[in-house]
Design a protein around this ligand. Structure first.
Ligand code: ASP
Ligand code: MG
Length: 412
């Protein structure tokens, strides 16, 4: 007998009918003889709705009260699912994050899990109960309710699977797996049979919304086998594991993309290391995430510095940088909005030189101008104009043969 953690996302529990469907999927797993722990998200768009209600009252509601508010979403789902399971004749018990012993650091709105006290859940599992835990929430050692950041239910599920040493963690969602690129925009996108943790981590960080990046990090650290699959369609999903076998090893396994990116350039920066550190410390203390950074030195004139940010952070970036203008002594700041980042990801890049060159060739031959570049061992990202994002993704997807990727059935 094994132990399985199942996680169901917002759309999978979006209505009473869907919750009853989830109950059936849970019962199937239980009837296979497995112990089952279920983690659920808030129903449908509940979290967004709660956020907008608070925003109607205050532009800047306190993070503590936001956590208090948002955790009610998941609390509704756990109770309804438990009632559904009991109605179908199964013993089930629901727990909020704090009842489940999910201890987090003392940070509101994006806390990390520090520890999980599993005694209670283990006892319930021994009693053959189905245990249902609210995703996305925990408690500090001082008894304060916290949340793990938007999309954090995935992390709850993986962390529970690790703490309980579960055999597997199944992430049920509204798509049938991890695709070579977003199937909503690119019609040739194919479902991948498997992806490595590292590739999935890059894809998740580069805008593939299917999994919370922190959940993938956790899965890798604790070697929790994951499967992303559909709660509605019965077919195998995508396995995420440490090593993906060579036959399936496409050099590029996926194309990720993200819009609403802005490039900020600080022009005429006196050439000193101190100003670089001042700029990035200032941005970091204001919690502005900087992605790609490019510095060019101009003889005699100091340096120009460009970096990319989320467009929603532009206003704040400009205001914090103008506050340190005197200290830094730069000439002026320019910004270019409506940009997008297109990235190719694949572990095969490590042993195949020339992938970046091929990417730029493909983009150039499609008349797509590249404005910024960044690379890691297993990814290359290019910043392009937002208008050219989808054409860029399409041409890369084709050039790296992802549209022709073997069908699942062909390599399983
Ligand atoms: N309900 C939360 C959100 O919408 C957490 C989650 O679904 O993972 O972000
Ligand atoms: Mg999600």
């Amino acid at each position: 007998m094994g132990l399985i953690v199942q996680k169901f996302g917002g759309t999978s529990v979006g209505s009473i009918e869907r919750i009853l469907n989830v109950a059936d999927r849970v019962i199937e797993e239980k009837n296979r003889g497995n112990g089952v722990v279920v983690v659920v998200s808030a129903m449908g768009k509940t979290t967004d709705h709660l956020v907008s209600m608070a925003k109607e009252i205050s532009k800047n509601p306190s993070k503590r009260e936001m956590d208090m508010l948002l955790t009610t979403g998941e609390q509704t789902t756990i109770a309804l699912l438990s009632i559904a399971l009991q109605e179908k004749g199964y013993e089930a018990i629901s727990y909020t994050g704090w009842q489940a012993g999910i201890i987090t650091e003392s940070v509101h709105s994006s806390a990390r899990i520090m520890d999980i006290e599993t005694e209670k859940i283990k006892k319930n599992l021994n009693e053959e109960k189905i245990v249902i835990v609210a995703g996305f929430q925990g408690v500090t050692i001082d008894g304060e309710i916290t949340t793990l950041g938007r999309g954090g239910s995935d992390t709850t599920a993986v962390a529970l699977a690790a703490a309980l040493k579960a055999d597997k963690c199944d992430i049920y969602t509204d798509v049938t797996g991890v695709f070579t690129t977003d199937p909503r925009f690119i019609k040739d996108a194919r479902k991948l049979a498997s992806v490595s943790y590292d590739e999935m981590l890059e894809l998740a960080n580069l805008g593939a919304g299917v999994l919370h990046p922190r959940a993938v990090e956790y899965a890798k650290n604790y070697q929790v086998p994951l499967e992303v699959r559909s709660s509605l369609v019965r077919e195998s999903g995508t396995i995420i594991e440490e090593e993906v076998s060579v036959e399936q090893n496409l050099v590029v396994r996926g194309v990720a993309f993200e819009d609403e990116i802005t490039r900020v350039s600080v022009i005429g920066l006196p050439n000193s290391l101190k100003s670089l550190s001042t700029i990035f410390t200032t941005l970091a203390t204001n919690r502005i995430n900087v992605d790609i950074i490019i510095q060019s030195t101009i003889e005699g004139n100091g340096a120009n510095l460009s970096f990319s940010i989320k467009s929603s952070d532009l206003e704040e970036t400009l205001s914090v940088l103008s506050a340190v203008k005197e200290t830094l002594g730069y000439e002026r700041i320019e910004s270019e909005q409506e940009l997008a980042k297109v990235s190719i990801v694949g572990s095969g890049m490590i042993s195949n030189p020339g992938v970046a060159a091929e990417m730029f060739e493909v983009l150039a031959s499609n008349n797509i101008e590249v404005k910024m570049v960044s690379t890691s061992e297993i990814k290359v990202s290019a910043v392009v104009s937002e208008k050219q994002m989808i054409p860029a993704v399409n041409s890369l997807h084709r050039a790296f043969q992802l549209s022709e990727a073997l069908l699942l059935s062909e390599y399983r």
